[in-house]
Design a protein around this ligand. Sequence first.
Ligand SMILES: Nc1ncnc2c1ncn2[C@@H]1O[C@H](COP(=O)(O)OP(=O)(O)O)[C@@H](O)[C@H]1O
Ligand SMILES: [Mg+2]
Length: 251
Amino acid sequence: MTIIACYSNKGGVGKTAVSVNLAYAVAAAGQRVLLCDLDPQGASSFYFRIKPSGKLTEESFFKKEEKFAKAIRESDYPGLDVLPSNTSFKDFDTFLAGVGNSRSRLKKTLKAAGSDYDVILLDCPPNISLLSQNVFAASDAVLVPIIPTTLSERTFEQLVDLFKDSDLPLKTLHGFFSMAQSVKSLHNETMEALRRSYPERILETVIPFASDVERMGVHRAPVLATAPNSASARAYRALHAELMQRIDAGG
Ligand SMILES: Nc1ncnc2c1ncn2[C@@H]1O[C@H](COP(=O)(O)OP(=O)(O)O)[C@@H](O)[C@H]1O
Ligand SMILES: [Mg+2]
């Protein structure tokens, strides 16, 4: 089983958009995938037309495998299941702080309750917390969308520093440029500078700014399903292939 987190400390950078499309791409490639919507705002559950689960408390999420398994829902796409978001997910941190082995809880839960899946994707909320420590410890790959502007660049640099300071394996960190606009010179300059600073840590694939992706909210479906021949769908498929190749090659 491969665990991939879509993570950034910043909101609105494309974590949910990449989670939803990557989940679709994995399933389309014939693998079984579980998308866990860990953000209490529930955007990826919304895109897959799945209602938030009402009953999964933090306690049953982390401690009771059968309750976790029962909360999983099938999506409209074969091989693609979703663990819908839940308002109690906002209290993960308080809960984690109160239990032992608090950094490896999520990994244990996913290994036990998600063993039927080839890939587990985590759509993460934007913060640095005990939950994100759990996400880093559980994940074979941490996929980080970077809008090529100064603030997103800083966020990525801070994340690299956090990995170094916390002795987390840098090879699990994979940044990619999200919502890139090649007509903007700032975007092109930022992409060039970051690739120079982190030649090994940024994927080649760039996800362009595209209205097809914005329209996912209207269609409530991945852009790979509604506009499979669009530039953004091609980019998400390329991102999936590149990321899997990197994970297989060990980072
Ligand atoms: N490649 C893209 N092109 C255009 N708009 C995008 C793209 N990716 C995401 N968006 C839009 O930007 C907003 C934030 O994206 P989202 O994936 O929800 O970010 P996050 O999960 O990081 O908060 C959403 O309105 C989404 O539709
Ligand atoms: Mg999101």
